[in-house]
Design a protein around this ligand. Structure first.
Ligand code: GLV
Ligand code: GLV
Length: 333
């Protein structure tokens, strides 16, 4: 008989149709964000699940769902997974990298441009009917071309942003990462490796593209903001929690840095109330990979992972290696 899967949130209908060719599919037509207990209830009897990042997969959930074999996240980030608990429980986790790289790098640049050039702040002013005369310093922002771009987290998306900056905007690109890129990749990105301190002190624009992990919690807090230039901008397209949002709101208010652009927040979809009251921050609702084509491709990659794993094949983009004995128990169910 056919395997059963759950699609935990609404996704592209083409991807749902594809999954229906392979599995007995349960959808979440109302697109409800389920509580852990609701998710566990929905997962009873399911062999696999397609998640979007809003579902927490941890030891308690896995214990409550003994038949579950694979969890396919429709996101490159998988901080909603307890990967160690999943491996121990014999459950395969997968993510959706690569297909979103260029689209997300595009958005990183969009947010950088909007922030440096005060696009949304000036639009609010215009819409509010405050534009009565032009003046020479009206919404005068920071230069983008030829400036120094500092990228923290130099994975595929970081490299995409570096290339856009170096090749398209003639920027001087510096980066910091857990490990250095190969000389060939550094040359391709025209990027120079520096310490985090040097990056914070010298960059005109700091872009965060690193995964959320315990060690990356508050990579940018009050101390780091104090190292940055008062004319600098900070862009976070990585994850909430990498920036201390309260400290950032404070720094923006105090003029310690010029502006920030944020696509991700601590405690999404809540936004720190202080950030909502400062004018020099551009706020977007976690949309960096949101183009029709890319969201479809991410869904399709998650779906392909479910088809592969539940068909007994190797996952395309695994994030863990399930314990063999625990895996066998789940596959016997
Ligand atoms: C989005 O944030 C993703 O991780 O794909
Ligand atoms: C992270 O995995 C990235 O692609 O930047």
């Amino acid at each position: 008989s056919r395997r059963k899967i759950l699609i935990a949130r609404a996704i592209d209908p083409q991807v749902v149709a594809f999954l229906q060719q392979h599995f007995d599919v349960t959808t979440n037509a109302a697109d409800t964000v389920w509580s852990p207990a609701q998710l566990a209830a929905q997962l009873q009897g399911q062999d696999g699940v397609l998640t979007t990042g809003s579902e927490r997969i941890d030891a308690a959930l896995l214990a409550a769902c003994p038949q579950l074999k694979v969890v396919a996240n429709m996101a490159v980030g998988f901080n909603n997974f307890d990967v160690a608990a999943m491996a121990q429980a014999g459950v395969q986790g997968t993510n959706a990298p690569d297909v979103l790289t260029e689209t997300t790098a595009d958005f990183g640049f969009a947010l950088l441009m909007a922030t440096a050039r005060r696009v949304t702040e000036s639009e609010h002013y215009l819409r509010a009917g405050q534009w009565t005369k032009w003046s020479y310093d009206m919404f005068a922002g920071a230069e983008v071309h030829g400036s120094t771009l500092g990228i923290i987290g130099m994975g595929r998306i970081g490299q995409g942003i570096a290339k856009r900056g170096a090749h398209g905007f003639g920027m001087n690109v510096v980066y910091h990462n857990r490990s250095r890129l190969s000389p060939a990749l550094e040359a391709e990105c025209k990027a120079r490796y520096v310490s985090k301190d040097e990056l914070l002190r010298t960059a005109d624009h700091v872009v965060l593209v690193l995964p959320y992990t315990a060690e990356n919690h508050h990579t940018i807090g009050a101390a780091e903001l104090a190292q940055m230039q008062p004319t600098a901008t900070l862009i976070n397209i990585a994850r909430g929690g990498i920036v201390d949002d309260a400290a950032l709101a404070q720094a923006l208010k105090a003029g310690q840095i010029a502006a920030a652009g944020l696509d991700v927040f601590e405690g999404e979809p809540s936004v720190h109330p202080a950030l909502l009251t400062v004018p020099n921050v551009v706020l977007t609702p976690h949309i960096a990979s949101a183009t029709v084509a890319t969201r479809r491709a991410m869904g399709r990659l998650a779906a392909d992972n479910l088809v592969a794993v539940l068909g007994g094949q190797a996952p395309l983009t695994p994030v863990n290696t399930p314990d063999a004995a625990a895996r066998a128990v789940r596959w016997a169910m």
